[in-house]
Design a protein around this ligand. Structure first.
Ligand code: HEM
Length: 469
């Protein structure tokens, strides 16, 4: 860490690499990519280095990806979570829920203290059966479509919604029933699409050109809030189902002794839908893409499964023993961190490396580049789960791999995500041969998270031993 004692800190003294042809007033506006901003941020890191900036109409966006500088911004004493534009806009839906709360909001600490015990590895035992049941629905769905091409991201998204609905608030969205999606889901997806498109728009543009969409957006949010309030209210008047909603209704913050308000409980439920669905679904989809194109990896996954689960039953205790499959998941998250970065802001005037930052200035950590740093070896762009073996892991792993963010605002759902992803992948690979579409070239779509574009696989049932569909 650099000492700040003997140097005056002015952001105007900060000169960082940036795209060429900077224009007065407009800055690097011409170089802004809105629909693939994370992948563009990554390309920039490859061109301009471990720290660079874009200046858009006077606003400076700093991209950080060298492990040394990322380690500095992860230092909780000097830097803290910042709500960048897309996350800040989510507050319209999830308010001061865990993911979108400002660091200073008292409800963050309260909700964190109440909910953290429900997200430990051992707590996953409580959700395991639900996860298995939801996964069975996916397997049935693909078995019924055997021989045809399956839209993998759409189906993993349905699965993750099924899981989170049941575990968070005991709600069955019936995602695989074949009927129309639930109103909450339809409106919720429209809200996320709107937020993503309008992230860098101007309110005047939204009030004129996009007025019908903006009005629809406002109506959607009002209806979503009412629907979730109804779920909370009906649970308040009945006995619970041992889910996260129950926990929130029946617990108090150990520090203040206060319970969460109904409004905050609604915000947390919507937070789990925002933060816990498309993330896990994206990882499952990317992993299935890699598995469909790496038969040697699939063989090892199956061999491990047969050793750990000789009778074909994936019990809770066995999931943690699927160590090679866990390497597959980590390798997938390394190459395609579905939450492709996070924002950090300076707590006070400070230096990042030799670059001065004034209090409140913020940076974006480019995980797509950090995760492919040279320290990962010459084949950093390749899918190679064996690199996670004890002898090959990079020594400085803690600063090279951050798919779940960092510090006290890092992902509370990490264990949850690993458990549901491992259960799903083990079950799918156990039951199906995965056939990639000829000529498929992985392209990545960005909304708030990343997912593979147009990924379709053909599933053929194999003899899965003990557990039959
Ligand atoms: C592989 C899947 C997942 C990934 C890659 C992921 C990634 C992340 C990242 C990077 C952050 C930090 C964001 C920031 O600093 O602004 C975060 C926070 C969070 N995640 Fe996840 N997440 C995943 C799954 C989940 C799941 C399944 C849940 C819930 C069931 C969840 C709930 C949350 C919450 C509530 C926060 C905010 C924590 C806080 O600020 O206290 N996530 N996640």
């Amino acid at each position: 860490m650099t000492s700040t004692d003997d140097r005056r800190i002015h952001s105007r003294d900060r000169a960082l690499p940036h795209p060429p042809y900077r224009i007065p007033f407009l800055g690097d506006l011409w170089d802004l990519h809105v629909t693939d901003s994370s992948q563009w941020g990554w390309r920039g890191a490859q061109r301009y280095g471990g720290i660079y900036e874009r200046n858009v109409l006077g606003a400076r966006i700093t991209y950080v990806s060298s492990p040394e500088l990322v380690a500095e911004v992860n230092n909780e004493d000097r830097w803290a979570k910042f709500l960048g534009v897309p996350i800040r806009n989510l507050r319209a839906v999830a308010g001061d829920g865990l993911f979108t709360a400002h660091n200073s909001e008292p409800n963050w600490a309260k909700a964190h203290a109440i909910l953290a015990p429900a997200f430990t590895q051992s707590s996953m035992r409580t959700y395991h059966d639900s996860m298995i049941e939801s996964t069975d629905k996916l397997l049935q769905h693909w078995a019924s479509r055997e021989g045809s091409w399956c839209d993998v991201p759409a189906d993993t998204s349905k699965l993750a919604l099924d899981v989170i609905g049941r575990v968070a608030f005991g709600f069955d969205f019936e995602t695989f029933s074949g009927s129309e999606p639930h109103e909450l889901v339809v409106r919720f997806q429209r809200v996320l699409r709107y937020i993503n498109r309008a992230a860098y728009s101007h309110p005047l543009v939204e009030a004129t050109l996009f007025r019908p969409q903006r009005d629809q957006h406002r109506e959607d949010i009002a209806v979503i809030h009412r629907l979730v309030d109804d779920i909370v209210a009906s649970r308040q008047s009945s006995s619970g189902g041992g889910d996260l909603l129950d926990l929130m209704l029946s617990s108090v913050d150990p520090v203040t002794g206060e319970p969460l308000s109904s409004e905050n409980i609604r915000n947390q439920i919507l937070t789990f839908l925002v933060a816990g669905q498309e993330t896990s679904a994206g990882v499952m989809a990317f992993a299935l893409h890699f598995l469909s194109t790496h038969s040697d990896v699939v063989d090892k996954v199956r061999a491990e499964f047969e050793t750990v689960c000789p009778d074909g039953e994936l019990t809770f205790d066995r999931v943690a023993k699927l160590r090679y499959l866990r390497q597959v998941v980590d390798e997938t998250l390394r190459l395609w961190p579905v939450a492709p970065g996070y924002f950090r802001k300076a707590r006070g005037d400070t230096f990042l490396g030799s670059h001065p930052f004034e209090a409140g200035e913020w940076v974006f950590v480019v995980l797509l580049q950090l995760h492919r740093n040279d320290a990962w070896g010459a084949n950093a762009d390749e899918f190679d789960p064996d690199r996670w073996g004890r002898e090959r892991r990079p020594a400085d792993l803690a600063n090279l791999y951050k798919p779940f963010g960092t510090g006290m605002r890092g992902c509370i759902g990490r264990q949850f995500a690993y458990h549901e992803i491992l259960v799903t992948l083990a079950s799918v690979v156990g039951h199906f041969e995965l056939e990639p579409e000829p000529g498929y070239d992985l392209q990545v779509t960005e909304s708030i998270t990343l997912r593979p574009s147009d990924l379709r696989l053909r599933m053929t049932l194999r003899d899965a031993g003990g557990h039959q569909l």
